[in-house]
Design a protein around this ligand. Structure first.
Ligand code: IMP
Length: 177
């Protein structure tokens, strides 16, 4: 098991690259089946979900659209809870089948605050795909439709997720020791 340092903290391997990619493929297959004959719009939430969104999107075998938005600031290891307004959502969601793509749902606050803004635009359907879910940390319950891994309530980095700006480029996911 590899131990790495990011800033002042040590992390150990938690999910290997192969494990992540296998699960992402399974999620893409489920989505492709569920949306057969449709053309969903994936809205990926920056920065953390860029890698998951890319791998998930590549594995789809249906027509689909993708856009990115930026929502919240998350400093250090504790959610700041400061959800800023979305940047970059130019698409009109009316009548579209929308799938939100998140890296991780922790307390649920980010999506809980953002979803009403999307619902307001009257999409035909609205679902959530999150690579990781810390179900023990839930404070704002959400219906998550596609979950990669339910993980313990410990801080993780890698595969797009950062600790104070670093660690996003790691191919694996590491857990705080
Ligand atoms: P929530 O609003 O508490 O659900 O937090 C969601 C956001 O917090 C995610 O999109 C991440 O950016 C960030 N986050 C939560 N837990 C972690 C973690 O363990 N590592 C890195 N970022 C995290």
């Amino acid at each position: 098991m590899a131990v790495i340092r990011v800033h002042d903290k040590s992390f150990e391997t938690y999910l290997s690259e192969a494990t992540i990619l296998q699960r992402v493929k399974e999620l893409a297959d489920s989505i492709s089946r569920d949306y057969e004959g449709k053309r969903p719009l994936f809205i990926a939430i920056l920065n953390g979900s860029f890698m998951f969104a890319s791998d998930l999107f590549k594995q789809l075998n249906i027509e689909a659209e993708l856009c990115f938005i930026k929502l919240a600031s998350y400093k250090g290891m504790k959610s700041s809870g400061n959800v800023v307004t979305s940047i970059g959502l130019e698409d009109d969601l009316f009548g579209k089948d929308v799938i939100i793509v998140e890296d991780i749902v922790d307390t649920g606050k980010t999506l809980h605050n953002f979803l009403p803004k999307l619902v307001h635009q009257q999409p035909a359907s609205l679902k959530i795909a999150s690579l990781l879910h810390k179900s023990e940390a839930t404070e704002f319950p959400l219906e998550l439709n596609y979950i990669g891994f339910d993980i313990p309530n410990k801080f993780v980095v890698g595969y797009g997720l950062d600790y104070d700006g670093l660690g996003r480029n790691l191919k694996e996911i590491y857990q705080l020791i």
